[in-house]
Design a protein. Structure first.
Length: 553
């Protein structure tokens, strides 16, 4: 489907010029729609076309390399192998050969580091393949399954096991629920109602457009949230500029630019607030749980970093309004009011999906006091005591309690309910079916996170993290403030030009080991690394949300 924004109206047309029926727009079974494409009529003079592949009825989530790999025009000019990919491929092959042949010796004469070269023979090629986008990052993330067994570090089946953890299942469950929200337009209702209720002046309208992508990106794709809000913002500015006088035009165009950038930045800032908001957050929790047996719960992360996300959002709003919005006195709300009226009352599908979504979030936040306390096993003196049924009794017996029902199981339980409730919008299906869910689950991101888990496993089995930590040991003499600042600056620069998940996957195991070796708390460097990896604002290739907005200028 392509959504064309013209000077006269907003209309939906199929890319094959076949009109899409306005009846039962939410049905997933009657129309097969490929993507949204938004063209600005008045902006045609700028030759700018917004064409973002966002398909709620197909594979909706673009790979993390989209916007980095060469597009069709570049491939036509230079072939499938432009110079950057050739350089990356050559460096990957050379690094593999060199690291396979050399031998790394321990200065103390032990065999502690004899397998480090094998791990580096996998790590370095992956870095070059990620950095130069030779292959899709998702494909590159599968290389440990192929290469580590070749170096006799462990079997391929053992490495394959780490690709789907409880957090991976958490992504499956949450994105399934978010797909159901999209199917019945709950996400659009949330956005329009917030904009309508808050947006009265240019400042509050800017704030109203910033809140929905921020909120939605806490639990779903930030690119999807941005793509859903942006056409509404474009239509609002289209109406406003048509009604404006000539002297107001310059200020409105500046405001329009700030509005689009603010939407993209808000979706990025939302990535800090929850574990599932962005993959680097999950990489931290996975590494900490694997190394120390301490699970950072969904509720703990929200309590720690949702306030930070809110503060960042407030600063973003202040900066964007003071920079772009002070000259504007009025913004038309006609389009917003029209869209809100079209929504009508919430139907049964929307009520069910909203209820399940809110229940899921509440359950995950309260997980520490509910299922984690009552579903698990207690180990006393090295033996499992089946007579102890909750954490409180286990603590009294001086035992160690391990919860068995994780947040991934919680999200999957809630998602399963959606498969059982019939849809009122489309009688031929339930609130969601597997094809719908499959299209909404970011499988590539899950594989990318799994690749990080496999690398971490290889690091530990070969003592590579300790070997690298010894090289950067002089940094331990720095005050913690300067050490954290250096790490954050390094990660912030890297994440502008590389995948934030790949950057975090490589650096986190090393920094955690470095912290261990120098008697630092492991989270001192791990958390700033993950948070800095999400702060990609400068370049269009840094994150898909930046690319979505860039094409408007």
């Amino acid at each position: 489907m392509s959504q064309a924004v013209t000077n006269d109206s907003i209309k939906l047309v199929d890319k094959k010029n076949v009109p899409v029926s306005s009846k039962n727009k939410n049905s997933w079974s009657k129309e097969k729609v490929s993507s949204f494409s938004v063209e600005g009529g008045r902006n045609s003079a700028r030759n700018s076309v917004f064409d973002f592949e966002y398909n709620p009825r197909g594979s909706r989530y673009l790979d993390v390399d989209d916007g980095i790999l060469p597009d069709a025009d570049k491939r036509e000019k230079s072939g499938q192998w432009p110079p950057t990919r050739i350089v990356g491929a050559v460096l990957a092959v050379l690094s593999f050969i060199i690291m396979s042949l050399i031998e790394i010796k321990d200065p103390n004469g032990t065999d502690e580091f004899k397998k480090v070269n094998r791990c580096l023979a996998v790590l370095l090629p992956m870095i070059f393949l990620w950095l130069f986008s030779v292959f899709s990052p998702n494909l590159t993330s599968l290389m440990p399954i192929l290469l580590f067994p070749l170096f006799e570090l462990d079997s391929s089946s053992n490495y394959a096991k780490v690709y789907l953890t409880d957090t991976g299942i958490l992504f499956v469950g949450v994105f399934t629920v978010c797909t159901a929200m999209e199917a019945c337009n709950v996400h659009k209702r949330i956005a329009l109602v917030i904009i309508d209720k808050i947006g009265k002046t240019p400042a509050t309208i800017l704030l109203g457009f910033m809140i929905p992508p921020w909120f939605l990106s806490l639990f779903s794709s930030n690119a999807g949230a941005c793509a859903m809000i942006l056409p509404i913002a474009m239509a609002t500015m289209e109406t406003t500029i048509k009604e404006a006088d000539e002297e107001e035009m310059e200020g409105l165009k500046l405001y329009e630019k700030g509005l689009y950038i603010a939407i993209a930045y808000s979706a990025t800032i939302g990535g800090v607030g929850t574990i599932i908001a962005t993959p680097p957050n999950n990489v931290v929790t996975s590494n900490i749980e694997a190394d120390y047996g301490v699970a950072m719960s969904f509720g703990n992360w929200i309590a720690a970093f949702l306030p930070l996300s809110i503060v960042l959002q407030c600063f973003c709003f202040a900066i964007m309004y003071l920079t772009y919005g002070r000259a504007v006195k009025k913004i038309s709300r006609d389009y917003i009011k029209t869209e809100v009226q079209k929504l009508g009352k919430m139907n049964r599908d929307e009520i069910w999906v909203c209820g399940i979504f809110l229940f899921m979030i509440t359950w995950m936040v309260c997980h520490e006091f509910t299922t984690k306390v009552w579903i698990g096993k207690c180990t006393v003196d090295g033996k499992v005591n089946d007579q102890i049924l909750n954490k409180y009794t286990c603590d009294e017996a001086l035992g160690k309690w391990k919860g068995l029902f994780g947040t991934g199981a919680i999200s999957l339980t809630c998602a399963t309910v959606l498969f059982l409730v019939p849809s009122k919008i489309d009688r031929k299906r339930n609130l969601i079916n597997w094809k719908m869910a499959e299209s909404g689950i970011p499988w590539g991101i899950i594989i990318l996170m799994g690749g990080g888990n496999a690398l971490s496993k290889g690091f530990k089995e070969t003592n590579t993290t300790k070997w690298i930590a010894n090289f950067i040991a002089p940094l331990a003499s720095l005050p913690h403030f300067w050490l954290v600042l250096i790490i954050v600056a390094l990660v912030a620069v890297l994440t502008e030009i590389t995948s934030n998940t790949a950057t975090t996957n490589i650096l986190l195991p090393i920094l955690i080991k470095f912290s261990d070796e120098n008697n630092m708390h492991p989270l001192l460097l791990a958390l700033p690394t993950a948070l800095a990896a999400s702060m990609a604002f400068m370049l269009p290739i840094s994150t898909p949300t930046n690319a979505v907005v860039l094409v408007r200028f």
